[in-house]
Design a protein around this ligand. Sequence first.
Ligand code: 5GP
Length: 181
Amino acid sequence: MVSPSGGGKSTMTKRLLEDFDNLKFSVSATTRPPRKGEIDGVHYQFISKDDFRNRVENNEFLEWEEFYNGTMYGTLRKSVENELEKGYFILLDIDILGALNVKKIFGDDVLAIFLAPPSIDILKERLEMRGTESEETLKTRIERAQKEMAYAGRFDNIVVNDDLQLAYNQLKKIVSTFINS
Ligand code: 5GP
């Protein structure tokens, strides 16, 4: 599942994991520092740039990307494979290009969902309210979101997060159909 940041992805991720026992969250690695409340190994594996680069060299990532002023994010091959072996479905909360790469690798075994904010203005409001971004990163994130919206059509499903409950119901139905098919 992807969404421009501030699109409501964390809330949706949390609820999906609560509702589907056979769904596991893939903990990505990142070089950015933890935000308040984020726990190492739960939300991300917070690692140094050197460590990240070593893991890239060792082919430990299914996909990885560098953005937001050099911050790196990557999906760890091992954590995905371990859960798949146990028979779980994996929920990836990654950026759009990363998701399209994963879709390219796994094809129909991947359900790619684009969670869209109702508008860029609303997205900006949400990010400002969240209060986790400096003026500069806020601007970068908005610009990135504008570009990202153009990719929505490449996803299997688009869910517009206008009303949280309605959007979640829609999302739950899509995921349930995929998991049970
Ligand atoms: P944040 O810093 O807000 O946690 O995440 C910023 C962006 O990085 C989000 O769009 C998030 O989905 C994406 N992201 C998180 N983990 C990964 C990953 O492993 N790979 C890729 N490509 N993007 C990721």
